[in-house]
Design a protein around this ligand. Sequence first.
Ligand code: HSE
Length: 436
Amino acid sequence: MDAIKVGLLGLGTVGGGTATVLLRNAEEIQARVGRAIHIVHAAGLGIHAQTILDPATCKLTEDAFEVVNDPDVEIVVELIGGYTLAKELVLKAIENGKHVVTANKALIATHGPEIMKAATAQGVSVCYEAAVAGGVPIIKAMREGLAANRIRWVAGIINGTGNFILSEMRSKGREFADVLKEAQELGYAEADPTFDVEGIDAAHKLTILASLAFGIELQFDKTYTEGISRITPEDVSYAEELGYRIKHLGITRKTDKGIELRVHPTLIPEKRLIANVDGVMNAVLVQGDAVGPTLYYGAGAGAEPTASAVIADIIDTVRTIDAPLHHKVPLLGFQNDAMRDTPVLSIDDVESAYYLRMEAEDHPGVLAAVSAVFAENNISIEAVLQKEPAAGEVRVNLIMLTQKCIESNINLAIQAIEKLDSIHREVVRIRMEHLD
Ligand code: HSE
């Protein structure tokens, strides 16, 4: 059979990795697919890929539209990132009848419905395995491996940069900014690193996982998003003293009232496997009604791990290239006419346990006053930790863990505690999940 002709958009970290792995493992891949896969046209600024791609067999350009308009190209691989240009290119490729593979989580999370509608109308596929958790095949696991299950909840460490930063802060006591710089140098971070540290990247990925889990539309705008930039070494170390680790988690859960969709720093018991996922590694825990908990682990960023997922999508596309769409796995794992309109809950209606840290005056009655506020708001206390005041200090750090309650109740309690004369500064609040 003839080789499949691929057009590559983007020759940065992931584009370079994809070209490298496709060439290095060409024989192995052909043995699996039954056809060779050739990159015949590639676009990227600066075109460093000349060192990887052979200009004798692959046209190189700085104009990505030349690739999507090339009649020879059968599969377009979009590795440019961002929303605007990537969206135009992907829609043009679809209009031209080409199958698309993308690693672009921002694009799928925000423009996925439009792109998938266009692809369905044209009878072409759009694959996005590399958009979530880098090299971990979580999209395939959720769309296919777990298809028998009603999914109860998903909780994931889905931003490698954030996990790398929190891991280094915990194990080496390093400063946030210093670790972020290293993550950028290693090629883990997004072009705009606030996407990593403020949780936007994780929210894009969680939006996709929630659709796959519950058959709901992609709803990035309804995802509650909080990053790690306000986490201090103090909280990391108090959490540890209490038997927890702070991880930046994306959590989506189906409840009787609707679907929780939230990304935030979270205390989780240190004995959970996922609490021990460190560095740039990602992990996604999926709870299905039949299978129980399953955990998927691997590198969430970096050139070759992400290329591994991109190439798996190219291979899947090639294997079913002649099949009609209704013989392929649905783009979001559910049939289009079976998508549900289950509401996404506001964060105020979410139920969680909490870690609270407050700076308290060290005199009789302070703990009683704080406890009274919890009682008034129907919140049960799980544990209390009071640190010795530092030499010459009159204030102490008071750490309280609560049992589960509704977020709006904890907000009322925090407001009341901050008004107490014996409490200074803002109360630090970190959500806590037991994941059992
Ligand atoms: N910036 C992302 C991360 C890259 O750190 O996880 C992979 O999406």
